[in-house]
Write a new protein. Sequence first.
Length: 151
Amino acid sequence: MQNLGLPHPKLMDIAVPANLRCGRREPSAAAAAEPSWGPLAFTFAGIWEIQPHWVEEHLKELQVLDVREPEEFEGPLGHVPGALLLPLGRLKDETQRLSPERPIVTVCRAGGRSAQATVILQRAGFTKVANLAGGMLRWRAQGLAVTGGSE
């Protein structure tokens, strides 16, 4: 390649190091401050997640925040026993309903909206927040207790 006499590629010094880091998480403030209230996993999306079985075993210590719409909360999937319903669209305006001292586990159908809820809560100053991995779909698939719903 050197004998071809071509100029040095313009972005080679940027592209090669970036490609070498590809697939590795960059350290962030959230990852550095690993929570100690439960066995959380930091996703590549930058969200702390927690597994359903651990949540079921510690329900009395947690605030489970369901961010689905009321018809979903009462619908076929049911909801986590003791969960507080607060749809995602109203969350920013009603964070005062939550205690900053107790850990919050957000939940929705599959985990997308509840991941957004964790970001909203963290921006509002809540530090003990995690997303329920897999949402109510995984909760039900693992045969965990539900309130409402259908078989």
